[in-house]
Structure formats: C-alpha cells, structure tokens
Design a protein around this ligand. Structure first.
Ligand SMILES: [Zn+2]
Length: 163
C-alpha cells in the first residue's frame, strides 16, 4: 500500500508531480490539499523534519520548497542539495499567456494566429491551425504540443490564441 512520502499517512494517497521534472511523489490527501492551496499547517508539516533527509530527490526537493514556504531557514541550512536538485527546487512555474493575455494551462486548446515555420523541419504550422492539449515545457515562452502532420513541437505562446 502506498504511503505519503512526506508524512507517512495512508489516507487517499495519490501521485503528485514535482515540476518541472516528470518525477512524482506519493502524497496523502492532507499534504496534497495544503500544498495545492498554499495554506501550510506548520504542525502537520513537522513531518518535513524527516522527509528532508529522503534518498529520493523528488521528496527532498519538495521538502525543501515547503520548508522555504514555511520560513524554516534553520532546517534549510542543514540540507544539502546537488546543483541540479537546487535548480529544481528553485524552479518557479512560469506563467504563460497567449496573444490576448489569457493564462495558458496544461490541456488547453489554442489556435495559431500566424503561419509559423518549424525550424529544421521544412514545414509550416498554418495560421488557424487548432492545437489541442498543450503542455507547459522547459523552454521559456513556449508550450509543447503535437500538431497533425508535423509531430511534437514547441510553439511560442505569443502566436497562440486560447479557445
Ligand atoms: Zn502526507
């Protein structure tokens, strides 16, 4: 049975992605709800005292972020993160907007507002093309998506319009 990687509870444990990597941790309902709402109960998150020493980088990185949110500099000072773990922990989700300033999210559908050449592929994504199920990606200012007849590409969000 799965238990929460942070507090050890087994109540409604589900996976949670530690963005931007595709690495997941198990979280109980209590931890997940608080993390998603941003309202952290300091008493509940005493569990970070243990989880911060996890061998699993994703658990370590998430613990680091939460300790930071809780202002626990005393514990953060004791943690050691590898360089790439530190970059991961410091990652802040970029807010991407379309040509009209609407915020784009994973799963949105957009249309392309001008012909866009796909570098190196000799193909063009035509103006008016509908792109479903866009995804956030590591390239600033871009989303990743699949376009029929072209494949998986990154598109600049300023040339997209959310439907
Ligand atoms: Zn938990």
């Amino acid at each position: 049975m799965a238990v929460c990687d942070l507090c050890g509870s087994d109540v409604n444990v589900t996976e949670y992605q530690v963005k931007p990597k595709d690495e997941k941790v198990n979280l109980c309902e209590t931890c997940k709800t608080q993390i998603e709402s941003g309202n952290l109960d300091e008493n509940h998150f005493n569990c970070l005292n243990d989880s911060m020493w996890s061998e699993n980088p994703a658990v370590k990185v998430l613990s680091y972020r939460l300790l930071k949110q809780l202002g626990r500099g005393d514990l953060l000072d004791m943690m050691y993160l590898e360089e790439d773990e530190q970059a991961w922990a410091d990652y802040e989700e970029e807010v991407l907007k379309d040509s009209n300033g609407n915020i784009l999210k994973d799963g949105d559908t957009v249309t392309v507002i001008k012909d866009l050449e796909v570098k190196g592929a000799g193909k063009t994504v035509k103006r008016g093309t509908t792109v479903k199920n866009i995804r956030m990606c590591d390239t600033p200012g871009h989303i990743s998506c699949k376009v029929d007849g072209i494949g998986s590409i990154y598109l600049k969000t300023e040339f997209l319009k959310k439907i």
